[in-house]
Design a protein around this ligand. Sequence first.
Ligand code: GLA
Length: 720
Amino acid sequence: MTTHRTHLHLRAAGTSLLLELADDLLPVVRHWGSDLGELTEDELASLALASRVAINDSPFDRADQVAILPEHARAWIGRPGVEGSRGGRGWSPAFRTTGAPAPGVHRLADGTQRVVVQARDEKAYLAVELEIELHPGGLLRTRATLTNTGEEVYDLGAVRTTLPVPEHADELLDFTGRHTMERAPQRQAFTAGAHSREVRTGRTGLDAVHLLCAGESGFGFGHGEVWAVQLGWSGNQVTYAERQYNGSRVLGAGELLEHGEVRLAGGQGTTTPWMYAAHGTGLDEVAARFHAWLRTRPQHPIRPRPVTLNNWEATYFDHSLPRLTALVDRAARVGAERFVLDDGWFGGRRDDTTGLGDWVVSPDVWPQGLDPLVDHVHAAGLEFGLWVEPEMVSADSDLARAHPEWIFSAGGRRGLESRQQHVLDLGHPGAYAHVRDQLLALLDRYDIAYLKWDHNRYLNDAGHTPGGEPGVRAHTLAAYRLMDELLAAHPGLEIESCAGGGGRVDLGVLDRAVRVWASDCIDPLERQQIQRGTFLLVPPELVGTHVASGRSHTTGRRHDLDFRASTALWGHLGIEWDLTTCTEEELVELATWVAFHREHRGLLHTGRVVNGDHHDEGTWVHGVVAQDASEALFEVALLRRSATTGPHRVRLPGLEPERRYRVCLERPGRPPLEAGRGVVPWAVEGITLPGRALAQVGLPMQPVDPEHSQLWRVLAADLC
Ligand code: GLA
């Protein structure tokens, strides 16, 4: 039988994807990387041919045809795309594409190029549909739907998609972390075997992989080719980089299923979460592709992100009305636009041992309901937001007493307690309806603009009662559905995704949430790293960044207000500090920073995030450049002193080389510098230089103490 091959070339924003389609093979990526330019059909075929290596005796020595859904039957020797069986049969499918004519590229209304391939294995009684999309911003995504076409149940182990990366991608970067220290980067060589990041804790994780990147050795923010993937899913998952002896290297991801979690009845199918992928020269370009995609979705917030005051580190569980209204007044005075009442307002919740699951305003603490506070917040001109943790239940709660069977439990025993709480199995329709109805009642009763949706513990032993079957998948889907239902019932409502800090930051929850809480650590020194990592995936306007009190509640370090504020400035700004204890000077200074943020958030929340590859690891350069490169704001932070004396020359990435720019030192709340000892000359009146000179030569930074930073405002000279 002759094999018909066709080639599809998808191009967008500097990225090319060359797909080879054949009737005996699932789609093979012949190139994913830099734009190859306009190519004729003959050239595409030649390019595909050029990627074929010599065949010796064994097809397994070839690394030239890794399909997006890899199959052992086609000589793939790594992790297969499909795992599962029907009583031991049908575990090694060999799909043949179906349908004529061969699939083409469809252009969606938003400019996305989309390819859909259908294939079947008639012997294994399985069908698969692969969806491949390239967004106009260069972001690629793939997913698969597997259907059991037989009559007997198919026990599914996994469905994962992969994308190949070339041999010069020989270094890996991904992230790990813990409570109060999310997005810690880790780098290693891309050696033979699999670097596999597995999540079995039912949520994306404080130690989430975040982005799995493979790139040229030493790749940085602005140099070296990089390929990166992220699974848009908040439950159990695996993301991996796999390299074989035959030279093949892939990045892959998929949901991680427990035994028996998905059993496909005859005719039943299941769809994987999307695996998102981006290629770029340097990490900043990779991030720009994720940001472009997130920013062009219809649910992306377009109104300015309201500066938020959250009472958590200000009052914790002390919910006295006079104390909170005094805080609201101070919040209004410094320019906040939203007040969020955190944990402790409901049920018997006077500390973190009780009450979760009872989403009814506590009559003990709020005898007149939340009205006095909500009214006060609104009268002060702020929006009102509320903390909830809908997927959790305290053993000491009315809910747990009434419905112990709704608490996750595998093997007939209640699983381990963590933070004195258990997980409510939203896979139980009754549990789902209980939480939904209580939350809807609150949203109907009070004018609530925003829910901070927390998720403070792992899922372990997450068995669905009474049988104890694995329940993470159903729970994750139910949590998504619950968010969707609330958003549909209350258009304009905003949801923040929080999970003990930054434990649920992924493109699945970001289909619903318009803010992620990056970390419970608001120490600006730690936050520099946490935000740098978080911004690689999530654009700043979707990341909560707060100004905390002078002494960090999580690390005990003390920092001046200007470093706390200049670190928080970049994201969706908030304040988490008991402003009733502030001096007049502190309030004035804070108000200046809030005003500065409000003045510049249009740029900060739409521009391109850039990071400098600075030779001194203690000096960090970070900025946002307008999409048209007409203006920019940079932060130069001295995180650690260097063994050589400064001030260091700082190069500014992301500007237009030929354009001339005026650079000025910005000192919110402080007088301009005067010439003299310890002052770099350019900082007194600013300086004008072409973008090329700023990128290649740079400017010396104004000396600062360690754990301080400075802001540089950059404006195209033709606009000054
Ligand atoms: C988590 C969140 C915090 C706060 C507390 C409340 O730790 O990350 O911001 O809301 O829960 O219990």
